[in-house]
Structures are given as C-alpha cells and as structure tokens.
Design a protein around this ligand. Structure first.
Ligand SMILES: Nc1ncnc2c1ncn2[C@@H]1O[C@H](COP(=O)(O)OP(=O)(O)OP(=O)(O)O)[C@@H](O)[C@H]1O
Ligand SMILES: [Mg+2]
Length: 344
C-alpha cells in the first residue's frame, strides 16, 4: 500500500491542454473518487498515475518514489510501478481461463507456480469466483468478467488500485452488488484506491474523498458530505446530487422568493442578482410560506417527486405526502445555498 502524490501535473496533446495543473495528495489507504463530466480529464489523470500516459509537466509520486517528472527526465514504466488497474471494458484475455487470466501478471513478475496458485485462489475468493477458476471468459456474465479483472489486479498485491469506470457496463442491480463488494475488498485489504467515475452516486457511496474535475482542473476536493452540503460553487452543487437553482435578488443580506423572506448566508456576495440552490429533500410542504404550483408528480416508492413552479422556475422536491398536478401549495426550505449568478 502506498500514498499517491500529484504535484501540478499537466497533460497536453499538441496545443490542447487537457489536464491543467492538478495537485492532489492521496493518503496511504485512502479511497479517492475522481468525478466530473465527460472529457474533464479523469481518465487522463488516472493513466498518468498508472504510467500509461506521460505527463507534459509536474510530478507523480507513489509513496516516496518519484515515478514521473519530465523536468528531471524521470519516467518509470507502468510494469515497474506495481499498480493494479481495472478498466470499463473488462479486458480479460478470451483465450485464457479465469485462473490463467489472474495468474498472468504474476507470471510476468516471475513468481513461481506454487506461490502463484495461492495468490490466484486468494484473489478469486476475494471476488467470490473461487469456484470458477477453470471457466473460460465467454462462459461468464459481464459482472463475473469484471470480477476476473478485479481479481487479476488484486492478485499482484498492488501498491495502489486504479479503477476507471469499472461498473459502467453493468446493469443497475449488478452495479450495486459489485459496488458493495469493492467496498468490502477495500475494508479487508486497506488498499489505496483511485476510482474514476462520472456517476456521482457511486462516488458518494464509495469514496473517502471526492475530487471534482472540470476542464482539467480541480473544482473541489472533500469528503462526500462536504461536497454535497457545502459545494464551493454552483457547478459542483449541480453536479453532486440533484439541485434546482432559483434566480433571486440579494438585497442587504437577505433574499425574497415570491415575496417571502428566505434566510441565507450571503457572506462575501455582492448585492444584486444571485441564485439559490435547493436540494429536493430541503423543500417541505407547509401551511404557509412560499406559494408554489405542483406541475407533475412521480411516485418513487419511498417518496414522491414533485416538480413545482416557484415564481416561474421549475424546482424538484422530494416529499413524503402525495400531491396532485395543479395543486396550489406552500413550501419552505430547510437548507439553501446562495451562489453568485455568474458562477459557472
Ligand atoms: N490521445 C489523445 N489525443 C488527443 N486528445 C485526447 C487524447 N486522449 C484524450 N484526449 C482529450 O482529452 C480530454 C480528456 O479526456 P479524458 O479521457 O481524460 O476524459 P474523461 O474525463 O475520462 O471523460 P469520460 O467521462 O468521457 O471518460 C478530452 O477532451 C479528450 O478528447
Ligand atoms: Mg474516461
């Protein structure tokens, strides 16, 4: 197990900067999720840690070892970094059995037969495939193939486990099952994990810390509850969890919505146009308060999702009591965040 340190790492393809100076210290044993929209540089960042991509600037350290620093002409190739990697496409070798797939990197490392057999069985047991070592990949489901890829990465006892959207090709049910398993493996092994995803739910569920990237830069890094409840800007607020944004006017230190005062923390914000971020669970139906019209209702099993028209803006609310489209209701907000209007 080892820490991973990124110091101002950069990647350009020709004139196009895709990673623009990322600084990140990942502690030994930490589970970090890299999250962000398509094209923001998640995979490129992960591949630079793996050594599959050479940074154009900055340093990468695994533990105390500098594995990449163009300024000093240092570049340690991937096979010398002792990292495990799992990709979105299962990438298991079709002509090898499950056990042979898992054994292959160990063979390359030069470990002996007996030692290899023990490591392979241990890794397969860890992903619940202990009984399927002799099967060929085409005899496995997608979820099982991804478990093979995971076992192969674990067998070599990597210093760090790197995962790039490992669950994206699985159906919702399998995704949740394997997600739980990754979390158990993590608890059992204490591995340092860097996990790329564009699925915010996965990041919230798994990670100790979420790093939100946008345009090759870090927008915010923090524990899941922090990025969820205290996003630094409207982009992060809108990306993590569900949120609606209401245009408001900041006058003094308060705002009004449909003529009703709403308490906000307006510190540091200039007076004038602003936007109020509302989480669906922070909107409650009340006897009096802000007038709203129910425009649609969806039953979600454990709650109802209402779309409300509040002062002309569509707002999503999750409530326990049902309502009907067309109902005139009143709402209040249990928690809000105020952002400047020009916040991206
Ligand atoms: N070999 C390459 N040559 C040129 N541009 C590239 C290359 N690889 C990636 N890019 C560009 O770099 C940017 C970041 O790509 P990257 O694969 O890191 O995104 P991502 O965050 O993983 O996105 P996704 O969620 O779609 O997987 C993208 O704009 C992409 O088009
Ligand atoms: Mg990617």
């Amino acid at each position: 197990m080892a820490s991973v340190t990124l110091e101002n790492i950069q990647k350009a393809y020709g004139d196009v900067q895709v990673v623009r100076g990322v600084d990140l210290a990942i502690a030994d044993g930490e589970f970090v999720a890299l999250l962000g929209p398509s094209g923001c540089g998640k995979t490129t960042t992960l591949r630079m840690i793996a050594g599959l991509e050479e940074p154009t600037g900055g340093k990468v350290l695994i533990g105390d070892e500098i594995v990449s620093n163009p300024a000093q002409n240092i570049f340690v190739p991937p096979e010398k970094r002792r990292l495990g990697m799992v990709f979105q496409s299962y990438a298991v070798w079709p002509h090898m059995s499950v056990a042979q797939n898992v054994a292959y990197p160990l063979k390359l490392q030069g470990s002996g037969r007996a030692e290899r057999d023990v490591a392979v069985q241990r890794a397969l047991d860890m992903v619940q495939l202990g009984h399927l070592g002799k099967r060929m990949p085409h005899q496995l489901s997608g979820g099982q193939q991804q478990r093979v890829a995971l076992a192969r990465a674990l067998a070599m006892e990597p210093r760090v486990l790197l995962l790039d959207e490992p669950l994206s090709n699985l159906d919702a049910h399998l995704r949740e099952e394997l997600r739980r398993e990754i979390s158990l493996i993590r608890a059992r092994t204490g591995l340092t994990i860097v996990y790329v995803t564009h699925d915010q739910e996965e990041a919230l569920a798994l990670a100790d810390r979420i790093v939100i990237l946008d345009g090759g830069r870090i927008r915010q890094a923090g524990p899941p509850p922090e990025v969820y409840t205290a996003p630094v800007d409207a982009f992060v607020g809108g990306f993590i969890g569900k949120a609606s944004f209401l245009p408001v006017d900041l006058v003094g230190s308060g705002v009004k919505v449909a003529g009703v005062d709403v308490a906000v923390d307006a510190e540091g914000l200039p007076e004038g146009p602003a936007q109020l971020m509302l989480r669906p669970e922070a909107i409650v139906l009340s006897e009096s308060g802000i007038p709203a019209k129910v425009t649609s209702v969806t039953y979600l099993g454990d709650r109802h999702e209402l779309w409300l028209d509040i002062a002309g803006t569509a707002v999503r609310a999750h409530v326990e009591t049902p309502a009907a489209p067309g109902d005139q209701v009143h709402v209040s907000f249990t928690r809000v965040k105020l952002f400047p209007v020009d916040s991206p």
